[in-house]
Design a protein around this ligand. Structure first.
Ligand code: HEC
Ligand code: HEC
Length: 271
């Protein structure tokens, strides 16, 4: 009897706590973040440390890593399988709140990976994005490309003395909604096709493909409709973010999910 009452109290407390967090998250939304699970009043772009103050050759390596990150198909053509750059998904060079930022990633790894079911390093995580999101192949461990990306991510993890901690990690949290694919097709034609193409194949840089031979493959995180919806809700359309409702974002992600894309190559399962 006692245990039962205790259990009810615990469940009630958890519910109140959860609702509180969501409400706080929505309040934070008024300050820039949208539908976030965590209150994040300082959700603004990460202020990067000064590149100029880095010693050579570190400065050059970081600068090259930044180029590689933002224009991966141009600078690592032998390794990417399509026309998607790291920065196509990790918006604004990986510093935009709720735009899959990689600020601080270099300090969070090694980390347990549910996908790999083991602890993985930052290098492993980069290789996952290379073989899935880039539909490419792994970078050789000692290659200039890998060293440059690590240097860039390391630079984005430099602690700033005068800065508040970065808010806006990951993606926004959308309420669970039932997708309406025909409506998603309408949203796509009206709001997305102008930059991503009627056929989803993208346009000249920086407009990435969303499906077809040059897009991310079906093993990529972005291939999960709920992830894409949360990404799109905050970050797209790129020239007018904020015009989509959560339902629009869920619908258009479900529509894109139905389009063809390359299959993930399981030979890369080691990463
Ligand atoms: C098609 C979209 C896409 C592309 C392209 C892409 N990524 Fe990612 N990346 C993701 C997603 C999705 C995640 C997982 C984020 C999550 O669920 O928390 C991720 C996670 C990461 C993380 C871990 C972040 C953290 O702190 O947990 C790193 C580091 C990373 N990517 C680096 C890269 C690099 C380097 C490239 C280019 C070689 C790249 N990504 C290309 C979508 C992409
Ligand atoms: C004004 C041009 C423009 C419009 C309109 C636009 N996008 Fe984008 N989209 C981009 C650019 C540029 C990027 C690369 C990231 C960045 O620079 O913000 C991108 C990136 C993306 C990505 C991640 C990259 C990838 O390979 O998956 C997705 C998903 C996406 N857009 C979906 C959409 C959807 C859905 C719409 C319509 C609701 C839309 N976009 C409308 C320009 C646009």
């Amino acid at each position: 009897m006692r245990e039962k009452r205790l259990a009810i109290v615990v469940v009630a407390a958890m519910l109140v706590g959860y609702v509180g967090v969501v409400v706080l998250g929505m309040l934070a939304g008024a300050g820039g973040l949208r539908w976030s699970l965590w209150p994040a009043p300082h959700a603004r772009q990460w202020q990067v440390a000064s590149l100029e103050q880095l010693p050579e050759p570190q400065r050059q390596l970081v600068a090259y890593g930044k180029l590689l990150f933002n224009e991966t198909p141009v600078y690592a053509p032998g390794y990417v399988g399509g026309r998607t750059a790291c920065g196509s998904c990790h918006v604004q060079g990986g510093i935009a709140p709720q735009g899959l930022p990689v600020v601080g990633s270099a300090r969070r790894f090694p980390m347990f990976s549910l996908r790999a079911r083991r602890n993985i390093t930052l290098e492993d995580r980069i290789q996952e994005c290379m073989t899935r999101s880039e539909n490419g192949r792994a970078l050789p461990a000692q290659s200039l490309e890998m060293r440059a990306l690590l240097a860039y991510l390391g630079w984005l993890a430099e602690p700033h003395t005068a800065e508040e901690p970065f808010a806006g990690h990951g993606l926004a949290l959308l309420p669970p909604l039932r997708p309406d694919v025909p409506h998603g097709a309408q949203v796509y034609a009206a709001q997305c096709a102008g930059c991503h193409g009627d056929d989803g194949a993208g346009k000249r840089r920086p407009y990435p493909p969303l499906w077809g031979a040059d897009a991310f493959n079906d093993g990529a995180g972005m291939n999960k409709p709920e992830k894409m919806a949360a990404f799109v809700y905050v970050n797209m359309p790129q020239n007018r973010p904020g015009v989509l409702s959560p339902q629009d974002a869920v619908d258009v992600a479900a529509f894109i999910h139905q389009q063809p894309r390359p299959a993930y190559n399981h030979a890369n399962d080691g990463y």
